[in-house]
Design a protein around this ligand. Sequence first.
Ligand code: AMP
Length: 362
Amino acid sequence: MRVGILGGGQLARMLALEGIPLGHHFTFLEPAPDPPAGSLGEVVDTAYDDPAGLARIAAATDVVTYEFENVPASSAAYLAARLPVLPPPAALEATQDRLAEKRLFRELDIPTAPFHRLDTPDQLDAAVAVAGLPAVLKTRRFGYDGKGQTVVHSPAEAAAALATLGPGLIAEGFVRFSRELSILGVGGRDGSRVFYPLTENHHRDGILRASRAPAPAATPELQARAERLAARVMDRLGYVGVLAIELFQVGDRLLANEMAPRVHNSGHWTLDGANVSQFENHIRAVTGLPLAEPCVPGPAAMVNIIGELPDPAAVAALPFAHLHLYDKAPRPGRKLGHVNITGLGEFEVAEGVRRVSELLPG
Ligand code: AMP
């Protein structure tokens, strides 16, 4: 099948790397030069809302998917009128705006931190009263990797943050979580559904640094609860493809933080740690192949390579480490690749993560 991907970054690259063996051909819509996916198919290098670029994608592909959620709604609508766009464009609307996303969670009875919209100074009192202090103020749109958000400890700090980040903010209660988890679900075109084991995620400065899966000590009950939450979202959106929901665990409660209608950094470990990766299952889903039930033979971990590249030979010398590079030029804060760690026992994985982390500059 001819698959179009909106975006040509590392997620598109890994989707294509897993989709090519299934016999698919890829075309990417990506305005940036030298995209990571560029060597794996045709690149249409126009803006995401360029009519000629969109027409080219519509003509050259049988199904369109995307690697990021900020696809212009008009582009998704144009394409959806001509061929299947999966996950469905409703998933884009639900995830482009943090306020809409939190409202959807609330409507579906999915617990979240308390939240309130915050656009103007006259909403400050209500926002602080609902969110409490400290609060996290986030831009509703285009925030990623911790950008466009700040923690405030007083009404004065909230007012100052509104002045610099606002308008268009959401104020959320600061969650003192015991850990961060994510659940990845996959919906098939035939209505089937599979889930990966809960993944434990570690962030620094708002950027995912490392993941561990299955999340240590996650009970079957916790897994089932996370799956039920994700299933509610997938039911509502008629979901096809991979959906990732980031969760805060507080005691034995799960609060939804945000979701992504796409393959997700916290699922990169599945490339080596599961019988079927999130990328392959996403491609299976959108192209109408049967989904594969994930089977995870042992513990796995993932460490992101951020800003600077390690010596590849040093990583490759570790028998439990699998190096994945995205063909991107180093730049501070930029995700350049990741290392998956597999084949170690439950108690050796942390040591494996430490040994890999030592090889990563920065
Ligand atoms: P986000 O962009 O919403 O994924 O936030 C990035 C990271 O900031 C999260 O992974 C958390 O580590 C932290 N964070 C975000 N929202 C909250 C919150 N309401 N309470 C505590 N920490 C948060």
